[in-house]
Design a protein around this ligand. Sequence first.
Ligand SMILES: Nc1ncnc2c1ncn2[C@@H]1O[C@H](COP(=O)(O)OP(=O)(O)OP(=O)(O)O)[C@@H](O)[C@H]1O
Ligand SMILES: [Mg+2]
Length: 366
Amino acid sequence: MSTYHRPGVGPGTERSGAGTTAPLGAIELEEALVALTDGVVVCDAEGRVASTNPAAFRLLGEDELLGRPFDDLLLVSGAATVQRTEGHVVRRAWFPREERMGVLEIVSTGVAERGWIHTVRDVTAQAEMLRLKEDFLLQVAHELRTPIASMTASLDLLQQDAATMARDDLERMLGTLRRSALRLEHLVENLLDAGSIEAGTFQVRTTSTTIRQALREALEFVQPLLDGKAQRLVPRIAAGADRVLADPRRTAQVLSNLIANASKYAPESTAVTVSTASADGAVEIIVSDEGPGIPEDERGRLFQPFFRSREVREAAGGVGLGLTICRAIVQAQGGDIRIESTRDSGTSIHFTIPKARELTEEASGT
Ligand SMILES: Nc1ncnc2c1ncn2[C@@H]1O[C@H](COP(=O)(O)OP(=O)(O)OP(=O)(O)O)[C@@H](O)[C@H]1O
Ligand SMILES: [Mg+2]
């Protein structure tokens, strides 16, 4: 490093890279600095830029750096100090990058009384990841708080009045308690599954089962949600499109996630239809609702973890994991999942599961 900021390697020579007369070791170091993706900016005792490597120009988005006070460049971009230790200052600043703003981290180290060395690194990806994680944690905390607050309120009322309460009121209250507990269970299950999908340890165990059975199991979970909004479930399971090769519990989980979405995002007193049809060695299952639909530009992103549509984000809770998990389950069972949605006239989620072998054979007469 010492050769790099020595007098002589200054304005005019820093962009051209290696000098020709320097000893072998120094040339290697300068070549390394030229190739480095982090920016290196050397300033004199007054804080003016004396030399830089090419990455610094690119990261700072400047054509001319030499002779300019480095701190002025950072002032323009609103740099904030994030850490200060003996001899080092770490700052973060916003800089224009291709189409959007990027985040740079600048570590400044004083060299005796002679000047400063600043390293400049693009930390946009880490900053975005951190923001997603913070948003996600806030959303999870919010999702936990709502059912817990509702359970506490119901339990308080029960504690005061259970002995004298009318049976109807008691049942309503227990219904609320159960819905809140189910919401917590749904959240925790989804979080655990998202973790195993991310870790690549997610598994399904397929066996011969029926959609009818999976729907019965799913309804144990979602019926209270439908009841809470006076919605009705319309089952249309075709006789020849019921037996599949699937993981029974996971298939019920797909159905309960899709029906829970239909219930959550559609208005009160609407219908949610679950129908099946034969489709080329598979059964196609369709869950449709009479809700607001999904804007076209957002449809491609719905299976991404944590993505939630701007249309419903405020109106209904959720962390944006349900569809990600549905897709993982459907694909692990050898099927596909897709969305059909028309603005203002509802959403249909279509997914397929291979037919159980016995039936395919029976159907084809083998
Ligand atoms: N039936 C539907 N009608 C309208 N929008 C829907 C429907 N199903 C899903 N969406 C949109 O897709 C987004 C992602 O759905 P997903 O089930 O993955 O997450 P979520 O419901 O927000 O949260 P959770 O993880 O609790 O399921 C939702 O936030 C919503 O914007
Ligand atoms: Mg959902």
